[in-house]
Design a binder for this molecule. Structure first.
Ligand code: NAP
Length: 521
């Protein structure tokens, strides 16, 4: 969310003008929330989407080779299995198709407002509503959409991080980030620099290496990489999924348990020895050159950063037109990148595979609660939320995939579904009390976050000898869930009403789906 001019937020509308829930984003979280509301009989909501299409991260990331590194049969809503996945690991196009299928099946299009980017949100005490400022081609100038609750499903990985490298502004070639791929730029025959070797880069590097004249890959930290057992899903498997009850569910549960077993290692890094050995074997098998192997060998504990899966990344680096550089970038000039050893690498384009703003994503967000409390003030010591969803002092605000609810080892959709249940329970608590607002008690949030940090101590994210987007600038884990997903499920399955304050005026009559109002600028 960007800053909003305070003048845009007008005094509250009268009763009957607000949606029950305003949802932000049409990725897996936002759409899942919408489906959850519908299933609970709550149809009075709107989904605000900044783009002109649904899909969240699977719409934005269109880089060559973009795919999910969690297997297809697990990477879908549990209530909406797909029996005809084409591959064991879903590619971006198929995921986007699945998301669109869900929109159609659950009749969500009527609730979505496209080209309506949320630029800020302020809580109005008098009406117990969030006043959400929107802008874009699908909105009126200065428009405010009101909702009794605000469910933010923007996703934790959506603000591209472009490092502030010395001289970058002087570069005269083409630059773009992996999440904003410039498909109009033909890489064929070009000299290309790729900065970063994370989950995104290892997927697109093998794809572009074939067509570029030269590819110089700037690596700061080598990732741990496991072989990717990707293949086509066979016709026999698909028939079984369709016709034999329980087979698909069995596959899904099996994959879930396999992924979940990694958490034991994250909490007890010694147990990751076997997995680390497989990764080292994978590197030895695919890279013969000892010098290249040395550069690609991680010197920190597996799991400290997200463990990656790929069977075509290492081979791509052995191509004669690909060079792995580990010297560090000193500066960027008009047509080149100069490394710390003084070498100048001439390039036509720079592609940033440098990840996203995560723990600092809300630094410029305009979210203002009761009494003028800004999210930045609430989070002066770091981003925190109860179970990653509720922030003390911010009534009726629900963050989907908020702080410390990220996973490095399993499907985020599992967490999303648990969070949707959490939000529905909160809405029911408010409704059944005939109240206007619900907020988590700050003592409960504090206790929860003490637990998070206690659990993180000694765990691989903090003690594994690396930095990652899980940690904030002080090295505190602000993004990763520090326990099993079963633990998360148990904690969110039945919320304790004692953990929340339910208060305020009686619930107001709901608005129709056209309940957004416009305030003239
Ligand atoms: P990332 O994992 O955060 O990797 C960013 C890369 O850029 C790292 O190699 C990092 O190096 C490097 N980097 C950052 N700033 C740099 C600088 N100033 N100079 C040099 N190098 C720099 O980002 P990502 O690859 O976009 O992936 C982000 C997350 O998205 C993943 O962890 C994953 O959760 C998700 N993702 C998932 C999938 C999937 O299949 N499910 C696919 C893609 C992405 P350091 O390691 O040294 O910091």
């Amino acid at each position: 969310m960007a800053a909003v001019t305070p003048a845009v937020v007008t005094p509250a509308a009268g009763p009957g003008q607000a949606y029950k829930v305003v949802i932000v984003g049409t990725g897996f979280s936002g759409l899942g929330m919408a489906i959850g509301l519908k299933k609970a009989g709550m149809h009075d909501f709107v989904i605000l989407e900044k783009a002109d299409e649904v899909g969240g991260t699977w719409r934005e990331n269109t880089y060559p080779g973009c795919a999910c590194d969690i297997m297809s049969l697990l990477y879908s809503y549990s209530f909406e299995p797909k029996a005809d996945w084409s591959r064991m690991f879903p590619r971006q196009e198929e995921l986007l198709e699945y998301i669109k299928h869900c929109v159609d099946k659950y009749d969500l299009a009527q609730h979505i407002r496209f080209e309506a980017e949320v630029t800020g949100a302020e809580y109005d005490d008098a009406t117990d509503t969030w006043q959400v400022a929107v802008s874009g081609a699908g909105t009126e100038p200065g428009e405010i959409v009101r909702g009794r609750a605000l469910a933010a499903g923007m996703g934790p990985l959506h603000q591209p991080n472009i490092p502030d490298l010395p001289g970058l502004a002087s570069f005269e070639g083409t630059t773009f980030h992996s999440a904003e791929w410039d498909h109009s730029y033909d890489l064929t025959g070009k000299r290309v620099a790729v900065i970063g070797t994370g989950a995104s880069a290892i997927q697109f590097v093998p794809q572009i290496a074939r067509k570029v004249r030269s590819l110089t890959l700037f690596q700061r930290t080598p990732p741990w990489i496991m072989p990717k057992p990707d293949r086509r899903v066979t016709r026999v498997e698909r028939t079984l999924f369709n016709r034999v009850p329980g087979v698909q569910r069995g596959y899904r549960n099996g994959i879930y348990l396999l992924q979940e077993s990694f958490v034991l290692g994250f909490k007890n890094p010694g147990l990751l020895k076997a997995a680390s050995n497989i990764s080292r074997w994978h590197l030895r098998r695919q890279v013969a050159d000892p010098e290249l192997r040395r550069k690609l060998t991680p010197d920190y504990t597996m799991g400290c950063k997200r463990t990656l899966v790929s069977s075509d990344y290492y081979p791509a680096l052995t191509r004669p037109n690909v060079e792995l550089t580990t010297e560090g970038i000193a500066e960027i000039r008009e047509h080149s990148i100069v490394t710390r050893d003084g070498r100048e690498h001439e390039v036509d384009a720079i592609i940033f595979g440098t990840g996203f703003h995560v723990t600092d994503a809300f630094e410029h967000a305009h979210i203002v609660s009761t009494g003028g409390l800004k999210i930045q003030d609430a989070w002066r010591d770091g981003i925190e939320a109860h179970l990653g969803v509720s922030v003390a002092g911010f009534p009726n605000l629900f963050l989907l995939l908020g702080p410390n609810s990220g996973l490095g080892h399993n499907s985020m959709i599992f967490i999303i579904e648990a969070q949707i249940r959490y939000v529905l329970q909160c809405l029911e608590m408010v409704d059944s009390a005939g109240a206007g607002r619900i907020s988590v008690r700050s003592s409960v949030q504090d206790r929860f976050n003490e637990w998070v940090q206690r659990k993180s101590e000694g765990a691989v994210w903090v003690a594994g000898g690396c930095t990652s987007w899980y940690l904030d600038k002080n090295g505190v884990n602000r993004a990763a869930w520090p326990a099993s997903t079963v633990n998360y499920w148990l904690r969110t399955r039945r919320l304790s009403p004692a953990d929340f304050q339910v208060e305020g005026a009686a619930a107001r009559p709901a608005a129709s789906t056209t309940g957004a109002e416009s305030v003239g600028a």
